[in-house]
Design a protein around this ligand. Structure first.
Ligand SMILES: Cc1cc2nc3c(=O)[nH]c(=O)nc-3n(C[C@H](O)[C@H](O)[C@H](O)COP(=O)(O)OP(=O)(O)OC[C@H]3O[C@@H](n4cnc5c(N)ncnc54)[C@H](O)[C@@H]3O)c2cc1C
Length: 461
């Protein structure tokens, strides 16, 4: 049997046995069948049950609850949406963009409300996000980000901080200023996903683990096909497999698996915390193109995440990509650069996983009225709070299509497919390398690479 604890620090410290639940043993008939026991599948089931407690729902999971990104993420339950406020305004107009971000602010609180209501001890702490400009070269991004919120009339939801005000919160080197957004919480991802699963089981939802869906059939008798039987669903089947869904041929180009990698330090000493501050558990980031995200864990460690593992030809997803030595050593080095007091600190866990990236970065929640196949996902690394909203949107599409949730921009939409290989590999690898080159040049005080404008236009989101 797989050692599921080794997939992340979070799974190891989930506080419960990871022994798999029973698999699907024979065919069954339910109202709604869901593929995937991560946040998307579980939130959808949760809100469907709230809307109609009589619904019969079953979830099938290839591994165990929380095996995917939901049990491996950076612990940011944040109001950040995968598409930036500036691009949302451009694509959707001011009012729709503003409303979407306000709904995202509330999604952060909704996760906290469910944890309280259902007694899920997920270490939920609403400390906000502090995004710092590390170096003068990051200041234009900081100003642009603040301006984007201002243009949407959301300036009261952000606070521009000078270097000293940032340092009062967290003592990070080389900071010129920062943007503080209160609407974000830190969580223990695995305690959340596994707590949700237990809540659903108490409500009568069946969860079958170690059961791979190998076929999806729509139409008059929608069903999920597994090797041990079919899950026939009177009302519809919902696919919540995120990046892993691309392993099914039909959905291969719907998303792109992009690896995000994480390292966690040993617990810091009280003296180290006194030097660093960070008493309010803000989620931390900078404006690097290659992404950095940091969390202070409830047990006093620092989690540092970043991108960098190369995209593999054909959208390959394999366990060996969860660890990428050059990216993990760069993360270890960055921890020492951000916090010199931690130079030489031990890293106890290194892991990673694929995020599901749509071609236009826009999550999608839709159910086809003819095939009765629904899809939910595409959060590009911003899926903790967004999947809660997406789950509510999916439940509304099924039980209350007239509700405002069912009219949000993510509802009933489809992103364009990714290009075929080898074009996909060529473009994605070029972009990954270009972001690295741009970060490196700017950090070394060199001029921007000649292709910077093209790369920014291609990577705009
Ligand atoms: C390293 C990392 C860090 C991240 N950090 C953050 C963060 O800090 N904040 C944030 O908001 N987001 C973050 N994300 C993204 C966030 O975790 C995801 O967007 C979110 O968890 C997606 O949930 P999901 O349920 O849609 O997908 P998943 O949690 O990936 O669940 C999908 C499930 O479907 C199952 N499945 C797939 N195919 C099949 C099949 N054929 N048969 C049966 N089961 C199947 C998989 O085994 C998996 O368990 C991060 C992601 C990663 C990988």
């Amino acid at each position: 049997m797989k050692d599921y604890a080794q997939y992340s620090f979070w799974m190891e410290t989930a506080g419960e046995s990871l022994t798999p639940r029973a698999s699907l043993a024979h065919s069954e008939e339910v109202d709604i069948a869901i593929l995937g026991a991560g946040y998307s599948g579980l939130w959808t089931a949760y809100y469907l049950k709230r809307a109609n407690p009589d619904l019969r729902i079953a979830i099938v999971e290839k591994e165990i609850v929380g095996f995917g990104a939901s049990g491996r993420n950076g612990g940011w339950c944040s109001s950040r949406f995968p598409v930036t406020p500036a691009t949302l305004r451009e694509r959707l107009g001011k009012e729709i963009a503003r409303n979407l971000l306000q709904v995202m602010f509330d999604a952060v609180d909704e996760v906290g409300r469910v944890c309280s209501r259902e007694g899920i001890a997920a270490d939920y702490r609403k400390g906000g996000i502090l995004t710092v400009a590390r170096g003068a070269h990051q200041e234009p991004s900081l100003r642009a980000s603040h301006e984007a919120y201002r243009r949407l009339g959301l300036e009261t939801h952000t606070q521009l901080l000078n270097a000293a005000q940032c340092r009062d919160r967290v003592n990070i080197t080389n900071v010129c200023g920062g943007l503080y957004t209160p609407e974000s919480a830190s969580i223990h991802p695995a305690k959340l996903v596994r707590g949700l699963a237990r809540t659903l089981e108490k409500q009568g939802v069946a969860i079958y683990e170690q059961t791979e869906v190998i076929g999806v059939v729509g139409g008059a008798e929608p069903r999920l096909v597994t090797r041990s039987g079919e899950l026939r669903a009177r009302q519809g089947v919902l696919l919540a497999g995120e990046a892993y869904l691309t392993r099914l041929r039909k959905f291969h180009r719907a998303l792109l698996p992009m690896y995000s990698l994480i390292s966690v330090t040993q617990p810091l000493t009280p003296a180290q915390w006194a030097e660093i501050g960070w008493q309010n558990y803000e989620s931390l980031a900078s404006y690097r193109l290659t992404v950095d995200y940091l969390t202070r864990t409830a047990d006093g460690r620092i989690l540092f995440g970043s991108r960098g593992a190369p995209y593999r030809f054909g959208s390959l997803i394999t366990d060996d990509q969860d660890r990428h030595a050059p990216t993990h050593s760069r993360i270890h080095q960055l921890v020492g650069e951000w916090f010199p007091a931690l130079k030489g600190i031990q890293f106890t866990h290194n892991w990673g996983g694929p995020v599901g990236m749509p071609r236009d970065w826009m999550p999608a929640v839709r159910i086809d009225p003819v095939t009765r196949i629904g899809c939910i996902g595409g959060y590009t690394g911003q899926g903790v709070a967004t999947s809660n909203l997406a789950g509510r949107v999916m439940a509304a599409l099924i039980t209350d299509p007239g509700s405002p949730l069912a009219r949000l921009p993510m509802a009933q939409r489809r992103s364009p497919n990714w290009e075929m290989e080898p074009l996909r590999w060529l473009v994605v690898r070029y972009m990954q390398r270009a972001f690295h080159r741009m970060d490196e040049a700017m950090e070394a005080g060199k001029p921007r690479p000649l292709d910077a404008k093209i790369v920014e236009a291609m990577g705009k989101h």
